[in-house]
Design a protein around this ligand. Structure first.
Ligand SMILES: [Ca+2]
Ligand SMILES: [Ca+2]
Length: 85
């Protein structure tokens, strides 16, 4: 009886452990695409900053306020390179 109980406990642990492990995995954070466009490609008017309008429909649109470190409404090349790491 005891050994049966122990067996069941072991079996349950083996079944549950991988599930518990899977739960610990964080869903991947939204990452920038691997083929991140160059700063120059997004700075369409070449004024040295990517505006929110220029960022529209690019990966930067969602991360714009984060990338715009000084919150001036333009992502400069330095800010862009910081954001793209
Ligand atoms: Ca621009
Ligand atoms: Ca800025």
């Amino acid at each position: 009886m005891n050994s049966t109980k122990k067996f069941l406990l072991t079996a349950v642990t083996c079944l549950v452990a991988p599930l518990a492990f899977a739960d610990q995995e964080q869903p991947a954070a939204k990452e920038m695409p691997k083929d991140t466009p160059k700063f120059e490609e997004l700075d369409k008017d070449a004024n040295g900053g990517i505006s929110a309008v220029e960022a529209t429909n690019t990966w930067l649109a969602e991360s714009f306020s984060k990338a715009d470190a000084n919150q001036d409404g333009n992502v400069t090349k330095d800010e862009y390179e910081d954001a793209t790491g």
